[in-house]
Design a protein around this ligand. Structure first.
Ligand code: ZN
Ligand code: ZN
Length: 190
């Protein structure tokens, strides 16, 4: 059998390799942004880095909630892709690799660079950390490994209710914060 470009593309953008690529590239990006930031702006900017990082993290959780609630459940073609995940939750249907990090650089880092490079790098690292929290949480919610089972029990139960009880509730994966704010937490009996 000869070389098949379609086959190569399929392997790169679906299945296990594609699903886990972001797990390996995101932590070094976060580390690089924070190291670069502290080298360039020095230790006296630790407070600024911390505030921007925490702000980025919080921003991600908010964005994650709306991506799931509005885009994944209502907008073509994301809805169709997300439906596949709802039909077959154990299969490894993830976001296309690299898309999350690229969009974060384009939509968070690039605009903030115009204001201040230090704030931009730290806030981008925070958003990226939120994205990492989201993909790890979602993977662990479904993979149910034995380690950290107790720590993750609540979040797993919350996400399983979204899948099996009422898909119009519990949109938050990395945190239930915005479900409480927007009153979409699961309230029924389970
Ligand atoms: Zn899920
Ligand atoms: Zn969903």
């Amino acid at each position: 059998m000869g070389f098949d470009l379609n086959d190569l593309a399929w392997r790169l953008f679906s299945g296990k390799v594609a699903y886990f690529i972001d797990f390996f590239i995101v932590p070094p990006i976060i580390a690089a942004l924070l190291v670069w930031n502290s080298l360039v702006f020095g230790r006296d900017h630790a407070g600024q880095i911390l505030i921007a990082f925490a702000g980025g993290l919080l921003l991600w959780t908010f964005v994650e909630y709306f991506i799931h609630r509005l885009l994944f459940h209502h907008v073509w073609p994301l809805k169709q892709m997300h439906d596949l995940h709802h039909e077959n939750p154990e299969a490894l249907y993830g976001a296309p690799p690299f898309l999350g990090p690229v969009l974060i650089f384009a939509l968070v880092d690039a605009p903030l660079e115009y204001l201040d490079q230090g704030w931009a790098a730290a806030a981008t690292a925070g958003v990226m950390a939120g994205y990492f929290l989201y993909i790890s949480h979602h993977y662990l919610d479904h993979a149910k490994p034995r380690f950290m089972a107790r720590v993750l029990a609540r979040s797993r139960r919350r996400h399983m209710l979204h899948h099996h009880a009422d898909k119009d509730t519990n949109f938050g994966v990395s945190t239930s914060l915005w479900d409480h704010v927007f009153r979409t937490e699961f309230k029924g009996r389970h």
